[in-house]
Design a binder for this molecule. Sequence first.
Ligand code: BGC
Length: 752
Amino acid sequence: MKRIALLLMIILSSISVSAFTGSYQMNKNSRIIEADKFVNNILSKMSLEEKIGQMTQITLEVVSQPRPNEGDELFLDVEKLNEAILKYHVGSILNTGGSANSLEKWHEVITTIQDIATKETRLGIPVLYGIDAIHGATYTLGATLFPQAIAMAATRNRELVRKGAEITAFEMRASGIPWNFNPVLDMGREPLWSRLWETYGEDTYMTSEYAREYIKGIQGNDVSDKSSGVACLKHYMGYSLPKNGFDRTPAWIPERMLREIILPPFAAAIDEGALTVMINSGEINGIPTHSDYHILTEILKDELQFKGFAVSDWEDVKRLYTRDRVAASPKEAVKLAVMAGVDMSMVPYDFSFYEYLLELVKDGEVPMKRIDDAVSRILRVKYLAGLFDNAYPDKSLSEEFASQNHTSANLASAQEVITLLKNENNILPLKKDKKVFVTGPAANLLSVLNGGWTITWQGNNESLYPQEKFTILEAIQNKVGADNTQYLEGVNFDSEINVTEAVEKAKNSDVIVLCLGEPPYCETPGNISNLNLSEVQLQFAKKIYETGKPVVLVLVEGRPRVINEIVEKAEGILLAYLPGMEGGRAIADVLFGDVNPSGKLPYSYPIAVNGFTTYDYKPLENANENVVQHQWHFGYGLSYTSFEYSNLKLDKINYEMNDDVNISVDVKNTGQLAGQEVVELYICDKYGSVSRPVKQLRGFEKISLDPAQVKTISFKLTAEDLSFIGRENKRITESGEFSVMIENLEQKFVLK
Ligand code: BGC
């Protein structure tokens, strides 16, 4: 076992968990001091009722008229809205009340709400409106809807992630909405989980990098700016690793793993200045997170020095009683949650939280100090978001809403998402004069390209989608002309439609584009118990292969469905994930060579339904036989050109603890086409007091290279990059041997 560098251990624990050491926060501190002055003043004037109201969040349905059908126009119920704001003093409202609203409708809704809150209440405290703008302003009709997070992760392009977040913030604010329940920083390490596509994939380092970019994009330099918004990190923490793979079921995550794998992206985003977090809806180690003082107060607020507020997830305070039974009454549930550190309750259907909390404070069961802390946090965020200055929609932003610029950024993202997994005999790119037969259930639907959180919660109401956008089929028709394109769906996701006819048409084509995958889904309705692609689709693929025609498989799916039995006979395979509203065009661009693909897998693609391991597995997992197998490994993705790596160099062989390790490598485009490559840096800590993964990503850069062009790429590793969570559950760096790996090259070094 190696000597532990104690001093470094102390330094590192403060680097990795201290939330206000980042440059962003340094600049923001003066704003926080200013906010706190304002907040203390207003707090001193507030009644208990007004304070508790601030901690209460309701859904728009509570204050609007019923909307029997998705797509029906929304009308507020002003009487109920008055009751919510004037009687219960609610601090926040969320959601869309069924389906997306027009920009104008949002202006009307937000204006009505803020008129009551700021003009008719004693202290004029504005309402903080929040929404799930997961891949764009989901709930505003016509918004720019980007590839979902798992797809954005495949771009390995930090700038695109930041740009997407900036546009999202702009379009939310243009709708009058300042608060976004995103980014999802849960780790995507359980492929069965129905929310995998909301994550940035399986790697902690990569997720932390994207977390920072997303916060920069959403919150901008100043959250109060009219085109910035408040981020909400979710679902803090450990939600994404349910033991049985089903959404909202128990997770068992030891403290070391929590700190090594789950916590860092949240810490990074908080360091970057993220202002709110939403709490994990489930439980870890037998403790529902909404009642977990250790996680909500000791780690989040004490250790990470988080100055924003923690909102519950949907109905989850109540569920401590109704579902988890850690509280014996709904009132006890409120006490448990608030004392654990929940600052705002997404109740969201009634005012029970308000009533119970009022009683609890009056009975002395919840101290005023806790209420004041929660309310100060909420008001601080409202202040920083500029709501006390102006809580109204800025209609001048409407002009740039869903502008051509935004659409171009969306298309550029979708193009970099597409991941080429197989290209036998260089079947791709396809020539534009070929007769193409397009088939499969994902070929002609926009909803399938977008997935959940699109116009509606489940994202599956195709009739509400903007018809001017292109499905895969339509985009292919645009490329090669309708005459060269034949289409029949063949099967649905789970049933046959016209298989025989489809096979006949396939026989008469030059090439078949077979679009398979998953229908849209979100959260618990997306639970599955078998990771295989549906049997109907697998059988359909086999029938299509029997025609003997070349087949390009296009996969449109939120999670990596097992397709091992249909891989061999496909000549080309493209993975599109959920590429968003411009996904159809991006897929066609790659199919026909107008774009050279550059996406890389954000997860290890499973080869079988069981025995899944992430790329950063432990030596023990592969000790006896070759058990670790993936269909394609994390980071995999082909190009229409080729790259060669050489000259991997380190500036030294022996390093002191505080030295930087400077690394460089040459990358050459050895093919005929310009292309983008992702240079990935991995490390391996050879011997450690806690078993170390076989490899860990510690850097990535996306570069563009013309044919024959060479670039030298540099990376720097610090002691923190070499650290891990030791036996004492603290972050440490140990001296010893390490290796650095880039592509097929490896160099060793020693840390003294
Ligand atoms: C989800 C959250 C979401 C919230 C509000 C919950 O069901 O778990 O991710 O932000 O609803 O819509």
